[in-house]
Design a protein around this ligand. Sequence first.
Ligand code: CA
Length: 470
Amino acid sequence: MKTKTLFQSKLINIKTISFGLMFFINFFAFSQSPNVVLILADDLGYNDVGFNGSTEIPTPNIDRIANEGVKFTNGYVSYAVCGPSRAGLITGRFQDRFGFGLNPLYAPKDPNMGLPLSEETLASALQKANYKSVAIGKWHLGAHELLHPLKRGFDDFYGFLTGGHMYFPEQLTIQDQSGVKSQYDAYREKILRNYERVEETEYLTDGLSREAVNYIKKYKDEPFFIYLAYNAPHTPLQATQKYLDRFPNIEDKKRKTYAAMVSAVDDGVGAVLNTLEELNLDENTIVIFLSDNGGPEKHNASDNGVLRGEKGSLFEGGVHVPFAMKWPKAIPQGMIYEKPVISLDLFATVVAQSNIQTKNKLDGVNLIPYLQGEKELDDRPFFWKQFNKNSYGLRLGDYKYLQLNNQKENMLFNLEEDISETSNLYETKSATFLALKEEFEKLNKEMKDPIFMGLSQGKEYNELHPDRFE
Ligand code: CA
């Protein structure tokens, strides 16, 4: 009897201890999960940050991310315009895998106009490790209620659902979706906090920065993911006097306004970084900065520097973007990493830190072991397909293959030697061209055609959906 009791009590003790241990291990594992602040600029030129050499537009705060971590000199996105690039970023997968090959239209009644429900967002994946996730700013992954950020893994949302927005609060005059009668009316909708319309009182970029700071404070005791998707410096070009006054030497009005808008983003990044420091969170927070696509130079007066082409093009100017990341706990300071990386790697990097099993197969890799010098990154294919121009592109190692304009223009560039894509090697290195073309076609077989109509098909869409705005 006594023995049995002893045995039972031992069993209970072992159970209690092992439960306690499991709890402790889990708690410890999750409490070590890094916070993530992913800052996305919109239509920012490659050359328009200090860490890529801009002297005309100082960005001391954005530069801190590169200086206190790593600057990627060959950082890419998975598409040359906003919507598809964001779909790739937030899922960690080439967006053509799920038919997001075009920029979506603003169509709040259409549940198929946006990120399909088959896809897991980074926020949804992070729920498995008890993260709190907040989406701030531009969504652009669907305006239907089923595609709302709060339905896609985020706990909070402050921003707008379409592809751009007015910046001055007095221009936000449309109460809600029922007042929207055209694609660009949506730029004037009042800002959403979760599902409620609110009165933003500040210049929008400042408002989004304020929200990022407040949500970091709100969730300081949990692992958090802040997706801070500024719409700046996307058009319309609008800036307040405070920021314009910083550029007395820029005469061109467009360029001056653009510079002021970038400067406002830089202030916001500074406020975010300072908040992380004040709360002693900076050591174990991954802060990432990149643009969703290259600068549309003619449109918003951005500058892609030596890169050929601009937003909307598969040349480097469309897809090669300013890209930096810091995580003091794990990434050496002041590093310059030259191997090609892509926005899709960010998902894989973040979920790896909490050993999260993802729903779908990812296209990126966890970059941390490579940044720590433990491993050498293999050459990987970066795939780009532009449906509205029937144009293809692929980077593999030093080389980039392009077949543009209905695949009539064949090109091959050695980007290691010729980042400006001036010397077409299509004829002299035809074997390499064919090898990359084959790689493209292999991947292309895994991809889907667009599942919704894009921005350039607005008229056609309206004819098929006369109740789009009613
Ligand atoms: Ca963009």
